[in-house]
Write a protein that binds this ligand. Structure first.
Ligand code: ACO
Length: 330
């Protein structure tokens, strides 16, 4: 295949656990209120995986749906990339578990740890494999069981997160597809969102468990400020690569669903109205890290909000700090 190959999405899928955790449920766990969570974050409820349900189980369900829509089986895949920061185990990767469960040939399969930007990083990697001729069909999955790494005694974080998975099958397409990709990181701010213990810097001890250091910690206020500017710059950057000077030329913006106020501020900077051109599902699911943009894209297509030929901007931001934006023509 030549460098001019166009790579597009030929199947989408999603999986949300059945259990719904409402703001009223959280009021019984920590000192919070439905009013605070709704006004400050835009979240009303989130999904929580069963204790026996791991990230790869949710990933598998979303992957099967995307593959059915694409009309392919595991044998047709040449690559699996999973965006996650809550894998079943540190190793083997969640992608390896999927490769086994889907009955694939011995193809490359690996995870990408880019937090909330993970789906966009994974899509860009898969696009590059297909463009370079190393793969014909790739499965990209973004799956998170954040409830497993949430401190349920900390109101600053436990009201924000939820579980879920989204998946996409990529292949060469005749027209449209991924038109541009704009990724970045800034490790200077690595300490702003972390899972402090469990790695080689601070291995697990009784103390790390007692102090909830295996859960997500975040300086929300700092993250908020950087997220607004960086997400807007990324969305505009991905459009500018294509010579798109105004958001009027795209049909829908699908932002990472971390906080309604971040999304409002990003929409203003990008020059679109929240009601007209921004996809929202934060109210139902909260922040599912990498899975947020994947589930939102699947729902935007499923609900008819995105139609064939529409140009969509996916934009995300997360721990790392990482960010990314993609313009895709469906
Ligand atoms: N219920 C009630 N009150 C609360 C809650 C809560 N759940 N959480 C915090 N508060 C209180 C605080 O204690 C504080 O009270 P004080 O003034 O008496 O000290 C007050 O509310 C304001 O707290 P702030 O932290 O300043 O609240 P803020 O408006 O910044 O909202 C939030 C916090 C929602 C976390 C916001 O900063 C945010 O969304 N940040 C960005 C998060 C994000 O984008 N993360 C991205 C990636 S996540 C990842 O990569 C895994």
């Amino acid at each position: 295949m030549s460098g001019a190959t166009k790579v597009g999405i030929i199947g989408l899928g999603k999986y949300l656990p059945e259990k719904v955790l409402t703001n009223a449920d959280l009021e019984r766990l920590v000192d919070t209120s439905d009013e605070w969570i709704t006004e400050r974050c835009g979240i009303k409820e989130r999904r929580i995986a069963r204790p026996d349900e791991a990230t790869s189980d949710m990933a598998l369900a979303a992957a099967r749906q995307a593959m059915a829509q694409a009309g392919i089986t595991g044998e047709d895949l040449d690559l699996i990339v999973v965006g996650t920061i809550s894998p079943d185990t540190e190793f083997p990767s969640t992608a390896c578990l999927l490769q086994g469960a889907l009955g694939c040939r011995p193809i490359p399969a690996f995870d990408v740890a880019a937090a909330c930007s993970g789906f966009l990083y994974a899509l860009t990697i898969a696009e590059s494999f297909i463009k370079s001729g190393k793969a014909r069909r790739a499965l990209v999955v973004a799956a998170e069981k954040l409830s497993a790494i949430t401190d349920w005694t900390n109101r600053n974080t436990c009201v924000l997160f939820g579980d879920g998975a989204g998946a996409a099958v990529l292949s060469a397409v005749e027209s449209g597809g991924i038109l541009s990709s704009y990724l970045g990181t800034d490790g200077k701010h690595a300490e702003l969102i972390t899972q402090p213990a469990g790695g080689s810097r601070r291995p697990a001890t009784h103390e790390t468990v007692d102090k909830h250091l295996h859960a997500i910690t975040m300086n929300g206020t700092e993250v908020f400020k950087i997220a607004v500017k960086t997400m807007a710059d990324a969305a505009l950057g991905a459009m500018n690569v294509l010579g798109v000077r105004s958001a009027d030329e795209v049909d829908l913006i699908i932002p990472h669903q971390a906080n309604i106020r971040i999304i409002q501020a990003v929409a203003k900077r990008v020059g679109v109205s929240l009601e007209g051109k921004v996809f929202l599902n934060i109210e139902k699911y909260g922040n599912m890290s990498a899975a947020s943009t994947a589930v939102a894209l699947a729902e935007a297509v499923e609900s008819g909000r995105v139609k064939k030929g529409d140009k969509v901007v996916l934009v995300a931001f997360g721990s790392g700090l990482t960010w990314g934006a993609l313009v895709i023509q469906l």
